[in-house]
Design a protein around this ligand. Sequence first.
Ligand code: KG4
Ligand code: ZN
Length: 355
Amino acid sequence: MNAWTGGPVLGVETSCDETSAAIVEDGRLRSLVIASQDAHAVFGGVVPEIAARAHLRTLDAVTRAALEQAGLGADDVTGIGVTRGPGLIGSLLIGVNWTKGLSLTLGVPLLGVHHMEAHLFANSLEHPEATPPFVALLVSGGHTLLLFASEWGRYELLGQTRDDAAGEAFDKVARRLGLGYPGGPEIERAAESGTGGRYSLPRPLLSRRHTPSDSAFFDFSFSGLKTAAALLIEEIERQGEKALEQAVPDVAAEFQAAVIEVLVAKTMRAVELKECDRVLLGGGVACNTALRSAMADALDGPGALFAPEPRLATDNAGMVARVAEYRLRNGERSGMEMSADAGLAFPGLRAPAYH
Ligand code: KG4
Ligand code: ZN
């Protein structure tokens, strides 16, 4: 195949419960369509089988809508990016196989994209200056990653969660509090009328005794915090039926404060160690305004904080098309043997120099 020379790139994202298609050209978003699958709300979490079937039903219409929104026909597409992993295997397979067919039909190159690398690129759609070097905190329903990006495609993994992801902890605690799904926005809303500190929850792995040579220095753990919140809720429930209802805002505020304190502290450790005060947030939890303002306060100086608008922070195909465009331009492409990989490793990772 000849070298890719630019033009509209179609992105497709089906790794979890959002079916999304987008067009990106020259690093800019020309269109973005996201169909969220509300069917999961009643189950309090994503049901993989339902998700995969819904992707299959809607992907064609979502792609057509993205083309229409950009004022393009399918023949104008010059390349296709698709999320290859990580994610739910049944959902990933729908997007991968569907785009393989489209790439063959249109005769344009296909590129399999890493979902979390796409979250890294999301900011640059809105802020073209959100380029490396930067410290990145990626916080979603499935991942919590602290990275240093020296350049696009070269990443150092500083820390990650040892158990639950930050968003997962939000979802589980929200469920225990009787709030809706997804839990992050619900907890954020409840916390607005509550006060942190009325109850006390732990700040996991935040000991001052850790040094950069301990993995605990940068790593996260939210499972213990989630259990501590569950025990606290149980204790409040024993005080009577109305007690929990009244306590929800204060428990939500304390839980949110605990998560944010840990996320900000670890990110600031990375800022100091890497001597880089450009910080980039990504993933659904990056929608949290309390997290954004706590991070901005901690950075307080000439540095820069990049946080995408909510539709680009949560799962979307714009970020997938953006990575694909970057990598196609670098001469990369995927062959027809490319398949979905639920546990796909982050591309371009170097071992951290500290532990
Ligand atoms: O990136 P994302 O859309 O999907 C994954 O790749 O997982 O992230 C979804 C996660 C959910 O756990 C959701 O509760 C969380 O992001 N989230 C939030 C907020 N909005 C979404 N967490 C805290 N505060 C929010 N405002
Ligand atoms: Zn995501």
